[in-house]
Design a protein around this ligand. Structure first.
Ligand code: RUB
Length: 309
């Protein structure tokens, strides 16, 4: 069973599985498989599940959806630790399936709510690749809004290409720009809305997303363009209520430039940045559209269980 855990760990670390929601869902699916591992009794299986959870959580540090999903499953496992082995397995598998279904419905609900924010002929700019944003824009398109989308290429990993491919193949008029063209394009083409996904949301309403997001948010503020974050509540950080912060992932320099090409130059490759709440107009969540100031209450209401463990 460690094979499946190692495989998911490697897939997440190498970004074969990426995007905060997919990471959380694939870790949950993997824990579901671990639940079927051979074990003598519930106590032994609990130990196996906890070990797997710990390994999965360490795959990437910035998307809080990963520890949130794993911690939730470990919490349910612990709560049912008194059950006899077969019953424990049945209960946990049922709860994991339910949890995964809830994440998928959250995505659909965000698309439905977010589509109402989109107006006819909106020119939307997005950064990186977020399934949540893609689903929202496609939903607006299906609802008959003739939008156009500008995608930043998102150096160094070019996730903007994924977005551009995904939206253009859906029939949505899509344009790709280099990251550094964002300000000029936002100004000259008169972008109506910026919509991005998120990896982590703090209780303060600050949010973490792909490197470069905060620059775009600052440009949006200067140009008076709505800055919208489409985000499932699984990406809210309950621990941030207690002051905890996630680590900003620093990835390998080889993603930026071929090794040895600039031998005396240090290469930095931070993968995410923080956009402060002041630059965010609203979060579109499965519970509705909320301003950054409302994140605190939403966290207290929905993540009480996290703070108990
Ligand atoms: C992906 C990224 C996405 C968020 C939200 O970074 O920053 O905007 O994860 O994505 P990476 P989603 O490519 O490094 O994983 O909406 O799909 O959860």
């Amino acid at each position: 069973m460690t094979d499946i855990v190692n495989k998911t760990y490697k897939n997440i670390k190498s970004m074969r599985i990426r995007g905060a929601l997919d990471i959380a869902i694939s870790a949950s699916n993997t824990l579901g498989k671990v639940v079927t591992s051979d074990a003598k009794n519930t106590t032994q299986l609990l130990r196996i599940i906890k070990r797997a959870g710990k390994k999965l959580k360490s795959a990437r540090p910035t998307a809080i959806s990963l520890p949130n999903a794993v911690n939730y499953i470990l919490y349910i496992a612990d709560k049912n630790g008194h059950l006899e082995l077969d019953e424990f397995r049945r209960k946990l598998l049922g709860d994991i399936d339910k949890f995964i279904d809830e994440q998928k419905s959250a995505l659909d609900r965000i698309a439905e709510i977010g589509s109402n924010l989109i107006e006819e002929d909106d020119l939307i700019l997005t950064h990186c690749n977020s399934d949540t944003v893609d689903t929202l824009i496609k939903r607006a398109w299906d609802d008959g809004k003739k939008v156009e989308v500008i995608c930043t290429e998102t150096r160094p990993r070019y996730q903007g290409h994924i977005t551009a491919r995904e939206l253009s193949s859906y029939g949505i008029p899509t344009t790709l720009i280099v990251d550094s063209a964002a300000h000029l394009v936002m100004k000259e083409l008169k972008i109506d809305k910026v919509i991005v996904g998120a990896d982590t949301i703090y209780a303060s309403g600050d949010m973490i997303n792909k490197i470069g997001t905060s620059q775009i948010a600052i440009c949006a503020k200067e140009l008076d363009i709505d800055f919208i974050v489409a985000v499932e509540s699984i990406k809210f950080s309950p621990q941030s209520l207690l002051g905890s912060r996630v680590e900003i992932e620093e990835r390998d320099p080889s993603e930026v430039i071929k090794p040895g090409k600039l031998p005396r130059v240090k290469i930095l490759n931070p993968a995410f940045d923080i956009t402060h709440a002041d630059y965010i107009d609203v979060f579109v969540t499965e519970f509705g559209v909320i301003p950054p100031e409302a994140v605190y209450s939403l966290l207290r209401e929905k993540f009480g269980w996290e703070l108990e463990i």
